[in-house]
Design a protein. Structure first.
Length: 73
């Protein structure tokens, strides 16, 4: 299952890279990309994964890296 989300207030490419690296380490994530230029995040999760629970982890991780960033769910 692959989904794309809009991001708001992602301030730097370094933060985007940190978010991407962290998301890729989460259980159930096959691949992820976070683009500072387009302000978008794409997550490819295992089909059996609970996507809502996974997104809660993603939001928490992203808030640690960039507290001002908002993920448009």
């Amino acid at each position: 299952m692959k989904k794309t989300f809009a991001l708001e207030d992602l301030d730097c490419a370094n933060c985007a890279a940190k978010m991407e690296a962290g998301i890729k380490k989460l259980d159930g994530v096959r691949d992820a990309s976070v683009s500072f230029i387009t302000q978008k995040m794409t997550i490819d999760a295992d089909d059996g994964a609970d996507f809502d629970a996974l997104m809660k982890k993603v939001v928490k991780l992203c808030k640690k890296v960039e507290p001002d960033c908002v993920i448009k769910l």
